[in-house]
Design a protein around this ligand. Structure first.
Ligand SMILES: [Fe+2]
Length: 190
């Protein structure tokens, strides 16, 4: 699948495929994605793009389960053409958000699963002072950190959540919005 050819149907198929993968955590990737999206719907009810970013944030791991160090960037690049640049950025930064929070919040490390602490090293380790200063200035920092906290909290084995079909209208709406913005931009250029 090329990046530009991703459709909502293909994305849903990838998310469903996550039910066969557990990323060495205590639940499968689909359950984790659904919990993450649901937490964000509670915590940020007006930000559907953030909720959808939560739903798709680990799709890079479904595509390549052996690339935990690059899964955030890979997932962000995969979904951005379909769901828009903001969703792509939120997804792309969720691993660096962990590196930032470990460096800046003394209590944060204790919230991480053992698997998440393991992957922290491969993802670049704790941010240094220069990286912290640069990350603190990124657009949408609050949303990036909200996604990260939901990601960390969305690891409850057996928790009952709405199924993927429930999210389909939101996925379609976000994809439609991204398509419209792209069309408006290209009309403005031509
Ligand atoms: Fe995750």
């Amino acid at each position: 699948m090329t990046t530009g050819s991703l459709t909502v149907d293909a994305l849903c198929a990838l998310l469903l495929d996550g039910s066969h993968r557990d990323d060495e955590e205590c639940l499968d990737l689909l359950a984790h994605a659904l919990q993450c999206a649901e937490l964000l719907a509670l915590r940020a009810p007006d930000d559907v793009e953030l909720q959808i970013a939560g739903l798709v944030h680990d799709v890079g791991t479904v595509v390549d389960p052996h690339a935990m160090d690059t899964h955030a960037g890979r997932g962000g690049a995969l979904v951005a053409p379909l769901l828009g640049a903001r969703v792509g950025r939120l997804v792309g930064r969720h691993a660096d958000a962990k590196r930032y929070l470990v460096a800046t919040d003394p209590a944060y490390r204790s919230r991480l699963s053992s698997r998440s602490l393991e992957t922290l090293v491969a993802q670049g380790g704790v941010m240094d002072h220069r990286e912290i200063a640069a990350f603190a200035l990124i657009d949408d920092l609050d949303a990036v950190l909200a996604l990260r906290h939901a990601d960390d909290d969305a690891k409850v084995p057996g928790k009952a959540v709405a199924n993927l079909d429930t999210w389909r209208p939101c996925l379609d709406r976000v994809a439609r919005g991204a398509r419209k913005r792209r069309a408006t931009r290209s009309q403005g250029i031509s």
